[in-house]
Design a protein around this ligand. Structure first.
Ligand code: TRP
Length: 460
């Protein structure tokens, strides 16, 4: 015990002055910043489109309540209790065990996700600039498709944008937690909400507003395939930034007065709301101009330019939309960057700024391969997947579920219940029952569901 105390003290010395989010609103905006990203604006609408609309939405809400909220709270408990990065948090709570391998897997996942996520953030920048220059007009749908394919396949143009995105992220991360991440989120996230509300408002006035909303909200269970349940769970994980210690890292900067269950509920509901609002922007627009939503990942780059150009003042809507996408994406990129940077900085002699730049350099090396896999390196495939697809598959379908599984087991089975109770601080006459129920979810429900998704994505 004495040895343990000593160890903990040592860690505290090593990690003191690591910074905090200075205000409660900063906590919410930064955490919403990591969660709300390409997953909401780019991925969610086409996943809904591919899986039959409204019925899928119900399954998704179920996954959020059953897995999302417990998962977010589990990472919060680890992070806030240990006040350490994704790896050291486990070393602190479970010294002398192998649990910190969850953290290593998380840091690796963060690095690999950045390798392709930054490329897509780069695409959003290109489209934002093209929209501002008024170049997203006058083409047919096929020509927009061709335009995207040519751009993505270009040997260095996308990489310049990737580098710019990474440098923006580096700039923010290098400035630290309250001076960088919190400040950026405090400006970017309110801007994001203003833009998304303007766009949703506009959506209601489009010719096919009703058709689009009906498609999104009418549950048509005959179209719901069993696979959709697993897809909904995968979407929940990616969208909430779960399974790789991103929320452990962020919550390690929460002060003691932050209420974890309340914060988790707020972040999860805002994240879900943004996903639905994005779909409310995209479906009416797509239906109004004679397109179909089931276009897969390229929906927002190949289909939407043609939709915007047919709207009155379409250039403006194009600019707003790609700005929205960029803000969502950059705050998530920052969070991925922070996970790897915090680990590196706190485990080496490099200061925060140098650590952030080193991470950027390494990510750029990976991004070169990810980006070129749309062009020069498109012939390099494994299991029929390009390098880009492999990075996405290996992280989203393997590392995140495995990480989420073990995090849930760790908090449910290993962590002292008193720590859980102390971190949750539930003030309710039946608090012990609520905590019991929560632990049961982490012990049984969450791991079982994740295991099902995992088997599916490996075997399917
Ligand atoms: N949640 C973000 C999105 O929806 C992406 C993201 C950021 C993420 N950090 C993460 C995904 C950590 C998984 C793990 O786009």
């Amino acid at each position: 015990m004495l040895y343990l105390r000593f160890k903990i003290q040592n860690y505290n010395m090593a990690t003191e002055n690591r910074g905090n989010f200075s205000s409660k609103i900063g906590v919410i905006l930064a955490t919403v910043g990591t969660a709300v990203g390409l997953g909401n604006v780019w991925r969610f609408p086409y996943v809904v489109g591919d899986n039959g609309g409204g019925a899928f939405l119900l399954v998704y809400v179920g996954a959020l309540l059953l897995l999302g909220i417990p998962g977010v709270i589990a990472e919060f408990i680890i992070g806030r209790h240990s006040h350490a990065n994704a790896v050291d948090s486990f070393k602190k709570i479970a010294p002398g065990t192998k649990w910190h391998w969850i953290g290593y897997s998380g840091v690796l996942a963060g690095f690999l996700i950045m390798g392709y996520y930054a490329v897509v953030v780069g695409w959003t920048l290109e489209y934002l600039v093209q929209a501002c220059l008024g170049n997203l007009s006058g083409l047919t749908t096929e020509q927009y498709g061709e335009m995207f394919n040519q751009f993505a396949a270009h040997p260095f143009l996308p990489l310049i944008w990737t580098l710019i995105a990474m440098l923006v992220s580096t700039f923010v991360v290098a400035r630290g937690v309250s001076g960088g991440i919190e400040k950026a989120s405090n400006v970017l996230m309110p801007t994001f909400f203003i833009i998304i509300l303007i766009m949703v408002g506009h959506s209601f006035f489009l010719p096919a507003a009703k058709e689009g909303m009906l498609y999104l909200f009418t549950p048509n269970f005959s179209e719901l395939k069993p696979v959709a349940i697993l897809i909904a769970i995968g979407q929940t994980f990616f969208s909430l930034s779960l399974g790789m210690g991103c929320l452990i890292t962020y919550s390690s900067y929460f002060k003691k007065d932050v209420k974890l269950p309340k914060t988790a509920a707020q972040v999860v509901s805002i994240d879900a709301m943004v996903a639905v609002l994005s779909a409310m922007i995209i479906f009416p627009a797509v239906f109004s101009f004679g397109m179909q939503p089931e276009q897969g990942p390229s929906l927002v780059f190949k289909v939407l330019p043609n939709v915007f150009q047919q709207m009155p003042v379409g250039t403006l809507w194009g600019i707003l939309f790609y700005a929205l996408l960029f803000i969502a994406a950059i705050t998530s990129l920052i969070s991925l960057h922070e996970v790897v940077t915090a680990y590196l900085h706190e485990n080496s002699s490099l200061n925060r700024r140098k650590s952030a730049y080193l991470v950027t350099f390494l990510v750029m090396v990976l991004a070169v391969f990810a980006s070129l896999s749309f062009g020069e390196l498109s012939h390099i495939t494994l299991f029929g997947k390009t390098i880009f697809d492999l990075l996405d598959f290996f992280t989203a379908s393997i590392l995140l579920p495995v990480g989420g599984f073990f995090i849930s087991i760790f908090v449910g089975w290993y962590l002292d219940k008193r720590i859980i109770a102390a971190e949750l601080r539930i003030k309710h006459p039946k608090a012990h029952l609520i905590i019991k129920g929560y632990i049961f979810m982490l012990r049984v429900i969450v791991p079982t569901c994740i295991f099902a998704v995992f088997l599916y994505s490996i075997l399917g």
